[in-house]
Design a protein around this ligand. Structure first.
Ligand SMILES: Nc1ncnc2c1ncn2[C@@H]1O[C@H](COP(=O)(O)OP(=O)(O)OP(=O)(O)O)[C@@H](O)[C@H]1O
Ligand SMILES: Nc1nc2c(ncn2[C@@H]2O[C@H](COP(=O)(O)O)[C@@H](O)[C@H]2O)c(=O)[nH]1
Length: 206
């Protein structure tokens, strides 16, 4: 399979509560041609979360088995639970020429960047720390203690945004989606130009 035929791997990360899930859902509803990787986690399902749709919910033993069997593209322990990206789905979907988006935290981003440097790395940033706190608290899915833990991690994650290719502010969901769609379109154009350039060079060589 040639470089051209593979899909793009897009990584969307950013602090808990910034709105990654909300933005991904809106991208899906807007008919964007992105395939969503479903992560594996040892965290307990929240009300309304369904196994195989929101996450694959696993025990710690099952998760550790997946690590040993090299079934994960990346994984991280985040605020007491494991999270990881099943590698087979990502490989297969990219090989089919479809773009895949991963919604992951920052430790996972560094692993994907190392293993897959041609990926496109987008950090979703909150308008402010106060707004982040308001969003994560307003979601009402974590205890006060867990919210505090997540906010502590969020501060160090925000310090790492410089390592990403793009930073998109999630001030308003629709606007954030448009920015992400523009990035993906621009990256496709960039890739096309590179492929065209090498095609021409190989014709000169003939
Ligand atoms: N642009 C926005 N303006 C206002 N509220 C928002 C915006 N984006 C998301 N929210 C709200 O913020 C809360 C957190 O959003 P969401 O669950 O999507 O965050 P997340 O980054 O996926 O969090 P986690 O990493 O913990 O899964 C939700 O209640 C959501 O409705
Ligand atoms: N490294 C990974 N991080 C992941 C993955 N799936 C989700 N996440 C991130 O974990 C935190 C917490 O998620 P929550 O659903 O408990 O709120 C959040 O930042 C997610 O983006 C993954 O596969 N790998």
């Amino acid at each position: 399979m040639t470089f051209k035929e593979k899909g793009l791997l897009i990584v969307l990360s950013g602090p808990s509560g910034v709105g990654k899930g909300t933005v991904c859902k809106a991208l899906r509803q807007s008919g964007t041609n992105l395939q969503y990787s479903i992560s594996v986690t040892t965290r307990a399902p929240r009300e309304g979360e369904i196994d195989g749709i929101h996450y694959y919910f696993k025990s710690r033993d099952e998760f550790q088995h997946m690590i040993r069997e090299k079934k994960l593209l990346e994984w991280a322990e985040y605020v007491g639970n494991y999270y990881g990206t099943p590698i087979d789905y990502v490989r297969q979907t990219l090989d089919e020429g479809k773009d895949v988006i991963l919604e992951i935290e920052v430790q996972g981003f560094f692993q994907v960047k190392e293993r897959f440097p041609e990926g496109i790395f987008i950090f979703l940033a909150p308008p402010s720390l106060q707004e982040l706190k308001k969003r994560i608290t307003g979601r009402g899915t974590e205890t006060a203690e867990l919210i505090q833990n997540r906010l502590t991690v969020a501060k160090s994650e925000i310090d790492l945004m410089k390592h990403y290719d793009y930073v998109v502010e999630n001030d308003e969901v629709h606007a954030a989606c448009e920015r992400i769609e523009s990035i993906v379109t621009a990256e496709h154009c960039k890739r096309e130009r590179i492929i065209e350039k090498y095609k021409k060079l190989s014709e000169v060589d003939k």
